[in-house]
Design a protein around this ligand. Sequence first.
Ligand code: NAD
Ligand code: MG
Length: 376
Amino acid sequence: MKKIVLLGATGSIGQSTIEVVKRHPDKFRIVLASAHSRIDELLLYGDEISIDHFVITGENGANESEKTNNIHHGEDTLLSMLEEIDYDIMLNAVVGSAGLKYTVAGLKTGHSIALANKESLVMAGDIITELAGKNNCRIIPVDSEHSAIMQCLEGARDKSQVRKIILTASGGPFSNLKIEAFKNITLKDALQHPTWAMGDKITIDSATMANKGLEIIEAHHLFDVAYDEIEVLIHPQSVIHSMVEYMDGSIISQLSYPDMKLPIQYALSYPDRLDASAQNTDLAKIHQLTFYKPNFEKFPLLGLAYEVGKRGGIMSTIFNAANEAAVTLFLHDKIHFTDIPKIVEKELTVSNITSPNLDTIIEKDKEIKEKIYTNY
Ligand code: NAD
Ligand code: MG
């Protein structure tokens, strides 16, 4: 029985994780579930499965009856509980930079992380991978592409035999839209993802392809591959979740219908596999798998992600913070879709800070966001 801490339980990944746990009550048990708001939704899970502790990080001041019911409030409370409670693995499904401190807290206390919060690695990949190595913890990706890559690398005898990683991307809702029409994209258009149902932030990131940019940086840190050895390939069906090309030209891939419950479950059961509720992937029915190269002109955030990744230091923290702030503004209808890459690009014309520590990273994240929110 694995004891799981589930952070971001009310989100899209969080809800799918609850489904996975419900299917395997003999394998998984949630000892703590957190959410930032919507306490009622969080508590409803307690009717379906047994959960020892609930933590709400965004609303402070528990009333007396709640306290006795194992409902806790506040970020600091959560951080100290992560030091005290007994658990095997943390599934971090918090959205955005807020997830970083929990990834660090889990690793510091020697816990492996099933990581959905890719922003942690984008902001502080060097620090996190070093901490994981030092404390003998695993970072198991929940992101479907990285779960696929991990599986495609399973048979690799030696990393030097890998020629490149091929990250597939659905291309989002605008891959066939002419660049001239981008200025007319509305929030409603951008929230319609063709193949995945996800939280708002990552849905917008998929529409701008910032998500694939974040995933390039995530892959670099998870698998220790150079940026020039990571290629993005548009694959609209989202059936091949990613591939690894070896030095002899063989390409290994992992396929399934798009369903996040699969990579979530694998991250929790790793290295074992368990049966799943997902329908079998019927290749004859899918009939065709297609591929083409991404358009860097229509999706400038993709090129900018390679650039910040290669520059290293604080640059990917700035990229992530500016993107998060711009997406928040777009979600509140304060800017146009085409402003998102412009806002990010503008923040990148700064001198770098090499080898920033965690405090510098958290401070820079805050500074960039505050600046952008003040200016718009
Ligand atoms: P979501 O918006 O649906 O849910 C986010 C969760 O985080 C909620 O439970 C919310 O209460 C919590 N949260 C929000 N702000 C917080 C804060 N400041 N502190 C603590 N908790 C906070 O997001 P999602 O789509 O489930 O995505 C979660 C993470 O997983 C993101 O990093 C995303 O990139 C990644 N991811 C998501 C998918 C997907 O299919 N949704 C796929 C791959 C990776
Ligand atoms: Mg992904």
